[in-house]
Ligand binder design. Sequence first.
Ligand SMILES: Nc1nc2c(ncn2[C@@H]2O[C@H](COP(=O)(O)OP(=O)(O)OP(=O)(O)O)[C@@H](O)[C@H]2O)c(=O)[nH]1
Ligand SMILES: [Mg+2]
Length: 280
Amino acid sequence: MGKSLLALTFDVYILYCSLDLFKIIKRVVFGSLNGSSGDVLKAFVIIPTYNEKDNVSSLTSAVLAQHSDLHILFVDDNSPDGTGSLIDGLVAENERVHVLHRSGKLGLGSAYREGFKAALAMGADYLLEMDADFSHDPSMLLHFLTAIKDSDLVVGSRYLNGVSVVNWPIRRLILSYYASVYARLVTGLQLRDCTSGYKCFRRSTIEAIDLSRVTSEGYSFQIEMNYLCMEKGFKITEIPIIFIDRHSGCSKMSGSIVREAVILVWKLRLRTILLRLMGK
Ligand SMILES: Nc1nc2c(ncn2[C@@H]2O[C@H](COP(=O)(O)OP(=O)(O)OP(=O)(O)O)[C@@H](O)[C@H]2O)c(=O)[nH]1
Ligand SMILES: [Mg+2]
């Protein structure tokens, strides 16, 4: 009995050491978020939510487990399903979880714009965008944080090495794929995936963009942000991601979101022509 207790204690000790070793290996492989002067850098994952009650708790655990310097900022639009009060519980439990409550469904674009401003005010060095529905795999977060060290914007791409989208209806996939082709051709963006919502900005990138002039709400918001980064001459890097259809809850995709994107790319094209004519 005495021997087996000793053996058990030894096993627990070995397990504890291996976990610690695993953390060290993870830090060495992916690097820490420390800046060049050794100061600890903060990364904020901004997650807009509308009716995501089945996802927010498990997503929070999955994101926070990736790195101890990661924070989450939820932007909830008074979700009728009670997502907001669930998030309040998560905020009370963990100092790395934050929330912005808004009065009603005001759109994805404005949720990100307000989220960016709040994350900057809280001292974010890196700002990540992520959906709440597990379409974006949290285990990719460290890859974004590695790639951003050498870029101004990192875009998670579904169309970099062929197509890496799982479980989407073919109509949705065709719409998304050709939306990127269309946006690329009209605006000149050098990206395979122009509408991806899994991305990472440096603080200085967001600070350089006049967010009050960004007006898009749906997917167009992603195209517009990419375009403004290209216009400023920022280095944009794409990394491959696997996109999985939402675990639960319903899609907020609508015809007006598609129409907004169709019009936006021509507005951006016009803007390029005008700027060229003005010699800027
Ligand atoms: N705060 C806020 N969040 C939103 C709004 N519309 C969508 N979202 C959130 O934005 C993220 C992306 O929206 P989704 O509904 O997943 O849109 P999608 O990925 O295009 O479509 P599906 O995955 O098919 O549902 C999710 O986390 C949503 O909950 C909104 O108006 N306000
Ligand atoms: Mg989604």
